[in-house]
Design a protein around this ligand. Structure first.
Ligand SMILES: [Zn+2]
Length: 424
């Protein structure tokens, strides 16, 4: 394996509890970090002089929907629906039903390219294409592998499209669980849409068929309607229902967690499941504000996700910080904790090995920021993104990717997708 030395850097390893190494270096051997240090560096086959730039661990988007990457290019009516059920019915469930193999592929490529350009080297995706389900996760996997992004795959199983799409969705998860079980940069979880679109019978079938150690990835208590639905079935909360049905497991990812009941945070923490805070999405859909401080206080490990918003993790973390300060739901320092410690914990859980700490033996996933002030803010320019030892983005350009052609393809894909949406 070729050894590449990234030299003359200010190396931030916030999870080590130690001050940045300056001047520091990272020695990469193939796909892994061989060593990190300060001062004199060992000999290497190749040296990349970072000229005093800052290095941080690669960012993790712990909940997103690559399938929505074309949504911003569609001519939706100016009057947006209000309330999550109407937003889902009038926008997202029309869009996902219209997806076919071609639009899944273009959406995935576009979404992953944007993720890399924003410094995200691990994307935990939640996919839905109910009329094009079989092998849909492979389409995303192929784009991810070509671009060099780590992706956690999952298909949103739901009752909302009837029996056959339910079964096909479950089959797609089960197939991907085995197909990617040993893949270096891809892994599958079992995706569920949300508690309120799955009947008791469906949850029982899922718990019966999905291997016991497999974690789930689902929307949890995003809007009041999810909580009301669980209570109408006799449960105290959505989390109570998920626990009773065997969905709350070590490693299960619960996106949103806005409407929790008393004791839910403690139950999530005890189980070893994770919460994913999606503040921009929650504010945009007006579903309420997750009390992240209370979750952290109860010992829940919380990551951060964009839920399909394209602006990247640094913007999401800043939004989390500002909103949390305004509503009293998050301390300023906790926003970077979600981004770094939460992201690293979730990536490590999904891939089953330590990730996100820039330590020897881990995947060499890091970002290089142009010199500047103010820590990891959205104003910082990301000059280089290294994923599994390979430079996958340099000054906004991706090797082997023609961005102008990609955007032209996305425009054409969006026009085609809009026709399909109209026709359904
Ligand atoms: Zn979501």
């Amino acid at each position: 394996m070729a050894r590449t030395l990234f030299s003359d850097a200010v190396v931030h390893r916030p999870l080590s509890g130690e001050p940045p190494l300056a001047p520091g270096w990272i020695m990469v051997d193939g796909e892994r970090v061989l060593a990190v240090g300060a001062g004199d560096a060992p000999a290497a086959d190749e040296t990349v002089d970072l000229a005093g730039a800052e290095v941080w661990p690669g960012l993790v988007n712990a909940h997103t929907h690559l399938y929505s990457a074309l949504a911003g290019r569609l001519p939706w009516p100016a009057a947006r629906p209000t309330g999550l059920p109407r937003i889902l019915e009038e926008i997202w469930w029309r869009l996902d039903r219209a997806l076919d193999a071609r639009s899944i592929r273009i959406s995935a490529r576009l979404g992953l390219v944007e993720a890399l350009r924003h410094g995200t080297t691990t994307v935990i995706d939640h996919h839905s294409s109910p009329l094009a389900t079989p092998s849909s996760l492979d389409l995303i996997a192929r784009e991810a592998a070509a671009l060099g992004v780590k992706v956690g795959l999952a298909f949103e199983v739901s009752d909302r499209n009837g029996e056959l799409p339910f079964q096909l969705g479950l089959d797609e998860n089960l197939r991907a669980l085995f197909a990617y079980a040993a893949h270096p940069s891809l892994r599958a979880l079992c995706g569920l849409h949300a508690s309120f679109t799955l009947s008791e019978d469906s949850l029982e079938r899922i718990a019966d068929l999905v291997p016991f150690e497999t974690p789930f990835h689902l929307h949890c208590a995003e809007a009041e309607e999810d909580l009301a639905h669980a209570r109408s079935l006799g449960y105290e909360s959505v989390v109570d229902r998920l626990a009773a049905q065997g969905i709350l497991r070590p490693g299960t990812l619960l996106a949103h967690c806005v409407h929790l009941g008393p004791g839910d945070a403690e139950l999530i923490a005890e189980t070893g499941a994770y919460a994913v805070h999606c503040p921009q999405s929650n504010a945009h859909n007006r579903v309420g504000t997750a009390d992240v401080m209370a979750m952290l206080g109860a010992g829940v490990r919380v990551g951060l996700g964009t839920d399909g918003f394209a602006s990247g993790m640094l913007t999401e973390a800043r939004f989390a910080r500002d909103l949390g300060a305004e509503r009293g739901t998050l301390l300023p320092r906790q926003a970077s904790e979600l981004l770094l410690a939460g992201g690293a914990a979730i990536a490590s859980s999904v891939f089953g090995r330590p990730l996100g700490r820039l330590e020897a033996g881990e995947d060499a996933d890091f970002i290089v920021l142009a010199p500047g002030e103010g820590g990891l803010g959205p104003h910082r320019r990301i000059r280089r993104v290294v994923s599994r030892g390979r430079t996958v983005c340099l000054d906004g350009e991706l090797p082997g990717v023609d961005l102008a052609a990609l955007h032209a393809e996305a425009d054409a894909g969006a026009a085609r997708l809009w026709e399909c949406i109209q026709a359904l």
